[in-house]
Design a protein around this ligand. Sequence first.
Ligand SMILES: NC(=O)c1ccc[n+]([C@@H]2O[C@H](COP(=O)([O-])OP(=O)(O)OC[C@H]3O[C@@H](n4cnc5c(N)ncnc54)[C@H](OP(=O)(O)O)[C@@H]3O)[C@@H](O)[C@H]2O)c1
Length: 255
Amino acid sequence: MQEKRKPYKGKVAFVSGGSRGIGLAVADKLAQRGANIVFTYLRSRSDAAKAEEKLAVHHVRVLSLRANMGNEDQVTKVFEMVKSEFGALDFLIHNAATGDLKPVLGISTDEWQRTQDINVRALLQCAQLAAPLMRGRHGRIVAISSHGSSRCLPDYSAVGVAKAAMEALCRYLAVELASRGIGANAVMAGTTDTQSLRGIPRHEEMIHSAKFKTPAGRIGHPEDIAQIVAFLCSEESRWIVGQTIVADGGYSIVA
Ligand SMILES: NC(=O)c1ccc[n+]([C@@H]2O[C@H](COP(=O)([O-])OP(=O)(O)OC[C@H]3O[C@@H](n4cnc5c(N)ncnc54)[C@H](OP(=O)(O)O)[C@@H]3O)[C@@H](O)[C@H]2O)c1
């Protein structure tokens, strides 16, 4: 019974941006299933401390690290910590994202680059550092994407392009790492109720139209996305390879 309820007991999960929102829900779901958690955050130490408390309820080891996922040296240090503290890694969840929301003609090349670095270069670097730690452990890589990867959302060009590249990188990772037993997929989340959503200009309008168009009449909760990520970490998902799973309550299939 214990085995069934804690299928990830003894496993180690890394979640970028795990102090709140979707990242925290993912960390919580994996911890609930027994995984030890390492998560990063950027700005709020108090959110990270609250997240640590929440995760510790599951009697797993929790390590939070302040690190900018867009900074190569800081990401390297994070993985050095994972290696020294846990010696191995099972799940890499790249969730952290920030982006400059501007129209294509208004975005500077620095803003563009920063957005690509946090979203897609971080995934590349994390995967390169994670793969050796996953040796012999059926590792799983999951990246959180959005509709902006294939649709044009207002002022979302830099993030949208980064998300599209993330999804493509997941396909390459899945193909190149399959022989090592490592799986990689992306989850395309629909509008999800988090602090970052509520920070977007015109978010009330966005939420209203997403609720109206979604068959269930609501937007997503972070837990809705966490369920999918936890499934993609499981052995049962092994035949899903390099895919982008749409998790939006049916929003995108309604005309
Ligand atoms: N919410 C949505 O509607 C929605 C829809 C589709 C896709 N997504 C995707 O889902 C993911 C999570 O979004 P969310 O809405 O849950 O965001 P959120 O509530 O804003 O949480 C973001 C998390 O990432 C951390 N973070 C931000 N920038 C970071 C950086 N450079 N390095 C390390 N950590 C960083 C934050 O830490 P601090 O708070 O300490 O800075 C926080 O823990 C993102 O990839 C987003 O694109 C969200």
